[in-house]
Write a protein that binds this ligand. Structure first.
Ligand code: ZN
Length: 238
């Protein structure tokens, strides 16, 4: 079987504006993720906001089985035309993994149809991510709890539709809890939201986080089915 074709999309702005972030991710968060996911056997490419068409030409998307998305400070700069193009690919089977502050990205909000806002606080809090669906493929090979030593807090209420499957719930030192691993199906595509990944912590250097994202990529892979036929079909099926 050919390796899954993964495109890691990254806004790639904080690294240029914040020395602390640049020190943690000197080559950009997308390259740290690409390096962490490489041992999992994917065919990995990266794309960033400032490339022509945000690096997401129709050709790139057509050659992508699963797209990962990290954005934060420049959600509004993502063109609606590209968002529509990504949505179309998801509805036709491409997997989408939305990471951390991607909860407010145009593509995630559009696919969810809700506000997608949450509570947040930057106070170097410990996070415990608890597996709540141990039978789910995204939890394969994981311990029952993943501890992130220092994280940005995200708290409920998180304004999303109820997930088709909830696989992780996070607890934070300050007392809040959060639905941090949420699975959806949209059209023929699968969408996974995964919470960890604030830019001022080295979270995307953690092998257990790579394992979760790799599991999610494998789960979200297209099944290769032909497009569904919709609309008026006057001919009888015989
Ligand atoms: Zn953040």
């Amino acid at each position: 079987m050919n390796p899954l074709r993964v495109t890691i999309w990254h806004e790639y702005r904080h690294e240029h504006h914040n020395d602390e972030v640049a020190a943690i991710y000197p080559d950009g968060m997308h390259r740290a993720l690409a390096a962490g996911l490489a041992p999992h056997g994917f065919d990995i490419k990266t794309a960033t906001l400032d490339e022509p068409e945000h690096g997401l030409t129709q050709e790139v998307l057509d050659d992508t089985d699963v797209l990962t998305w990290w954005g934060h400070m420049a959600h509004a700069e993502v063109s609606d035309e590209i968002v529509e193009r990504v949505q179309e690919r998801v509805l036709n089977g491409m997997g989408l993994i939305v990471l951390h502050s991607g909860h407010l990205s145009k593509i995630f909000c559009r696919l969810m149809g809700t506000g997608c806002m949450l509570k947040w606080r930057e106070a170097d809090e410990k996070e415990r991510i608890w597996v709540v669906d141990p039978t789910h493929p995204i939890c394969a090979g994981l311990p029952e709890m993943i501890e992130i030593p220092e994280a940005e807090m995200y708290g409920e209420h998180f304004d999303i539709p109820p997930p088709d499957t909830l696989v992780f719930v996070s607890w934070f030192e300050g007392g809040e809890v959060f639905r941090s691993g949420c699975c959806y199906q949209r059209g023929q595509g699968k969408v996974f939201y995964f919470r960890p990944g604030h830019e001022t912590y080295p979270i995307y250097h953690m092998p257990v986080v790579h394992q979760v994202i790799a599991n999610a990529i494998n789960w979200a892979r297209p099944l290769g089915n032909p497009p569904m036929v919709r609309g008026n079909i006057p001919e009888f099926m015989r």
